[in-house]
Structures are given as C-alpha cells and as structure tokens.
Design a protein around this ligand. Structure first.
Ligand code: URA
Ligand code: SF4
Length: 285
C-alpha cells in the first residue's frame, strides 16, 4: 500500500474497528443495519445477519489431559464446555459485578500459594463490553507493583499490537490465567491455575467477548486443554464455550525472539481476529 493512501485507510480502519469493537453509538447503528437486512431477507434473525457465520474449527482438545484436570481440582462448572446460558448483562451491571468480584473476592484472595509472595492482585482491566478479551499468563514484576495487567515491557508490545489493530487498550479487555505474580516469573503451577481460573471464567461470562486471544502457551493450554506446542496452535481458530478463540504468541516471547517470522505470525493472527469481527483486510501484509 502506498504512503499517500495511509491516512484515509487508517481512518476507515479505525472507524470500522470501532464499530466492530462495540462502541456504544455504533452498536445501535449495526443493529439497525441488521434489522433492515432482516426485513429485506425476511427470515434470518438480526444477530445472524450482523455476525459472520461460524466457521469450522479443528479441535485440539487432548481428552486425556482434559479428563485429568477436570477430575483433579474440583473445578466444577467452570470447566464445562457448554456455552454460557446466562443472559448478557447491561454495561452497568457488568461493571458492578466485576467490581464486586474484585473487591470482595480477588483483591485479598489467599486461595493459593501465590498470595504469599505477591504485592498486588491483578484483576484485569478494559472495556466491559469489549469484543476482544486477551488472556496472558500471569503478572510480572511491574504488574505486581501496580496491580495492572501488561504494563511492563511485554505490555508495551501488546499495546502496539492493539494499536496495529486500529484500537486502543481501553477498548479491549486484558486478563491473565492467574491474578498473582508467580515468584521469579516462573510458569504458574497447575494447581495455581486451577484455583485461580474460576475468576477468569466468571469475567468471561460477564464480559462475553466475541473473540478470545490467548497469548502464549500456558493460557492456550489451559483454555483448550491441549498439550500441542504453540507452533501448531497459533493462527488456528478454536472454540471455547461457543466463543471464538485465537491462540497467538505471547509478546514476551516475541520480544525474546524478535524475528520477522514471529512478528509476522502474530500480525497474521490478529488480522484473522479483525476479519472475524468484520473489520476485514487491513491493507497490510
Ligand atoms: N505477562 C503476562 O502474561 N501477563 C501480564 O499481565 C504481564 C506480562
Ligand atoms: Fe487467589 Fe488467584 Fe492470587 Fe491464587 S493467584 S491467591 S487463586 S487471586
């Protein structure tokens, strides 16, 4: 794409992305468009017209692993595979539920051993009506100090990835599979993940994103119950309880291994997310 096309292209991308990402005024517009389309076609429900048709996904669930985890930690309903059947909450109600969960359960949580070494829990943050929910691994040092997700070096790269999608950080939701920093940034242990993730599942149930993007192996493995390596998982659509899920590389991995191939891979994955949300081809790549 030539340089002189950029401003118009960018503007169009941001406008389309904002619409796709559920900014309040534009959601109403989209509904109206869908209703008009429905009236014209006569038989498809409005939601169907507005959303792209589901595409086939190739399951990567490792049933042995799934069985082992499900039997183990008493995770209960959090790990059933059925789509959420509770009604989607209104924006204010979502905010209230999330705030109450944070204040009364997460903020001072001592359910697992990570509580002993953390400074702050990191609940997650972003738009409660976000269409994209990014899931990382766990807080690092800066996140532990500030109580905010992805604010260190990896966070700066995540911000760039989000900006590349024509979005701002405040328009998506960002969380992790564990809410407390594992000592020395080690990978969270299976029991810590099993203890903490019911919080994440409830956040997902409240926010009800259209797309989940898992960043790196631990969150991808947890969500998909798979033992496949990231190389085989990234870039391929999966389904998580009826929500589309795109695994991609963790920004910390991309920083460690800053090759054109890895950066291209992440960007390709994010473009698929944009296409899924109706933003379409972005003109790059
Ligand atoms: N890495 C993560 O996985 N999550 C954070 O919040 C920060 C760094
Ligand atoms: Fe509680 Fe999760 Fe922190 Fe463990 S990691 S103490 S379960 S908030």
């Amino acid at each position: 794409m030539s340089q002189d096309q950029l401003p118009e292209h960018r503007q169009r991308l941001i406008w389309t992305a904002e619409r796709a990402f559920g900014l309040k005024d534009t959601i109403a517009n989209r509904r109206r468009t869908a209703e008009v389309a429905q009236a014209a076609t006569g038989n498809r429900p409005a939601d169907d017209v507005a959303r792209p048709a589901p595409k086939m996904v190739e399951s990567v669930v490792d049933t042995a692993l799934f069985g082992a985890i499900d039997d183990g930690a008493g995770a209960g309903d959090a790990f059933t595979e059925a789509p959420f059947d509770s009604p989607v909450m209104a924006t204010e109600e979502k905010r209230k539920h999330l705030a109450v969960m944070n204040q009364t359960e997460v903020k001072d949580c001592a359910k697992c051993g990570l509580s002993r070494t953390r400074t702050h829990t990191v609940f997650g943050e972003g738009d409660v009506d976000a269409q994209i929910f990014f899931i990382g691994e766990g807080p690092g040092e800066t996140e532990d100090q500030t109580g905010r997700p992805f604010v260190g070096r990896a966070g700066q790269l995540l911000d760039k990835m989000i900006a590349g999608m024509g979005l701002r950080r405040e328009q998506v939701f960002i969380g992790n599979i564990v809410k407390c920093r594992p000592p020395d940034n080690r990978v969270p242990a299976p029991d810590e993940v099993e203890t903490c993730t019911p919080y994440l599942v409830r956040q997902l149930e409240i926010i009800r994103p259209k797309v989940i993007v898992t960043l790196g192996l631990p969150s991808t493995q947890y969500m998909l119950r798979t033992r496949l390596p990231m190389k085989q998982l990234r870039g391929r659509w999966q389904d998580w309880r009826g929500i589309r899920l795109m695994p991609t590389y963790h920004p910390a991995f991309v920083l460690r291994s800053y090759t054109p191939e890895n950066r291209r891979a992440v960007w390709d994955d994010l473009k698929k997310v944009l296409a899924e949300l109706g933003v379409g081809e972005t003109g790059r790549g």
